[in-house]
Design a protein around this ligand. Sequence first.
Ligand SMILES: Nc1nc2c(c(=O)[nH]1)N[C@@H](CN(C=O)c1ccc(C(=O)N[C@@H](CCC(=O)O)C(=O)O)cc1)CN2
Ligand SMILES: NCC(=O)N[C@@H]1O[C@H](COP(=O)([O-])[O-])[C@@H](O)[C@H]1O
Length: 204
Amino acid sequence: MKRIVVLISGSGTNLQALINALNTPRLPSSEITLVLSNRKAAYGLTRASLAVPPIPTSYLALQPFLSKNPTKSRSDYDAEIARIVLAAAPDLVVLAGWMHILSEPFLDLMGPVPVINLHPALPGEFDGANAIERAYEAWKRGEITRSGCMVHRVVKEVDKGEPIIVREVEFKEGEGIEEFEERLHSVEHEIIVEGAKKVLEEAP
Ligand SMILES: Nc1nc2c(c(=O)[nH]1)N[C@@H](CN(C=O)c1ccc(C(=O)N[C@@H](CCC(=O)O)C(=O)O)cc1)CN2
Ligand SMILES: NCC(=O)N[C@@H]1O[C@H](COP(=O)([O-])[O-])[C@@H](O)[C@H]1O
């Protein structure tokens, strides 16, 4: 069985897409060994607990960590995240709405374990947070006709890692951001599974 660790910060609909695909032809011979959130209220933690069988969960937020450990830094937090993740022996780490920029200590500690991220924009466009809103506003200004989403490898530079799966999503005239976002999320739920499968198939 291939072991997947998923990092989240929110609703976890992409986590749910991965859960639903486990041990199907879309994501064969795989299990999620840990879901880790940096936000206690993340509904994705509930999704993990409701899975059959239940998926172990963990929670660690930056500010409480720093408050409890006044001599420690953001890098120490990232190293602790890495320790928690590695304890679940992953073959793959998936950032599925994980809203924390990971510094080099995390990436260095991951070693050969691939880390991938789902981002709701196309390579080189709207890197960072609030990508959907920024893309929609760019379309309203007539600057673009489509946006999209991608799964990419995680490197130190945010959203600059090698794209693994890229899917364009056209804007529709007269469409509100909610409608666009709903269509985009549906595509995300497909590519996060495709991306995980593709990377796991690369592993020796
Ligand atoms: N080293 C990397 N870390 C992360 C990457 C990455 O490519 N390299 N991807 C992000 C995911 N992401 C966009 O896809 C993203 C998430 C969060 C932020 C951001 O500005 N975070 C702030 C805090 C924001 C908040 O708490 O609401 C921060 O970390 O200070 C930008 C991009 C995940 N990590
Ligand atoms: N920059 C990272 C980023 O914006 N990630 C985005 O967070 C959402 C998580 O949704 P979910 O919690 O329902 O899976 C997804 O739209 C994902 O692309």
